[in-house]
Design a protein around this ligand. Structure first.
Ligand SMILES: C[S@@+](CC[C@H](N)C(=O)[O-])C[C@H]1O[C@@H](n2cnc3c(N)ncnc32)[C@H](O)[C@@H]1O
Length: 212
């Protein structure tokens, strides 16, 4: 494992152990009501992107990659979707499993998750800009893209910028063009950017749709 990766895993496991269910995966600078709003607003935006259909006979198969304590995974399961979810932090997954609520959880990394079936939707919320190593980031994108079925979507989050911006010691925002360069040759097209629109936060949902 690279130094970056070991440090990152240690950071997240500690944060998941020490912070409550929202601050551990949400915004560390917000109080609890602030994080409630941050999560509720993003779940609403996600549901708008995904659509409002939900059928017990034909649920959407969703993968939440880097699910933390499972907030979005549980929210989508409550809406009738069939959700698999994983995170590299054993602490986060232990707490997510305790909450229950439908999703099936695995402890693994973005580059290592494998599935016998493809997904209608692969979701990766506020994870990729925490992957500082470019080779690991690119390998993660390739793996996530490989898990999306034809016409399915990969929804990941970052800013919509033209340059690289490091914030603090554990955030690296990459330009939209860098995401497109990795993902589009794999048969997915960048179809939309939907900003969170939450206070001063510049991050939003990048939607990639598999067209071939
Ligand atoms: C800001 S939290 C977001 C958690 C969740 N998506 C949410 O929005 O509540 C970032 C998460 O990414 C996970 N993570 C970081 N690097 C990862 C990697 N390489 N593979 C899988 N998970 C990773 C961390 O353990 C942490 O749970």
């Amino acid at each position: 494992m690279t130094d970056h990766r070991t440090r990152s895993h240690r950071y997240w496991d500690t944060r998941h152990r020490e912070r409550d269910d929202l601050a551990s995966g949400g915004h560390i600078g917000l109080d609890r009501p602030g994080n409630e709003i941050f999560y509720a607003q993003r779940l609403g935006a996600l549901l708008t992107l995904i659509g409002d259909l939900s059928s017990p006979e034909a649920p959407l198969f969703v993968l939440d990659a880097g699910c933390g304590k499972g907030h979005f995974a549980r929210g989508l399961a409550r809406c009738g979707h069939c959700v698999d979810a994983f995170d590299a932090s054993p602490e986060a997954i232990a707490q997510a499993r305790t909450e229950g609520g439908g999703p099936r959880y695995t402890v693994t990394a973005l580059t290592d998750f494998r599935s016998p079936w493809p997904y209608d939707l692969v979701l990766c919320v506020d994870v990729l800009f925490h992957v500082l190593d470019d080779a690991e980031w690119a390998a993660a994108l390739r793996n996530l893209a490989s898990l999306v079925r034809v016409t399915g979507r990969l929804i990941l989050t970052d800013e919509d910028t033209t340059g690289r911006t490091a914030r603090g010691t554990y955030i690296l925002h990459r330009p939209t063009a860098a995401y497109r360069r990795e993902i589009e040759p794999l048969g997915l097209t960048h179809t939309r950017f939907q900003p969170y629109g939450f206070r001063e936060n510049l991050v939003g949902f990048h939607v990639f749709t598999r067209t071939r």
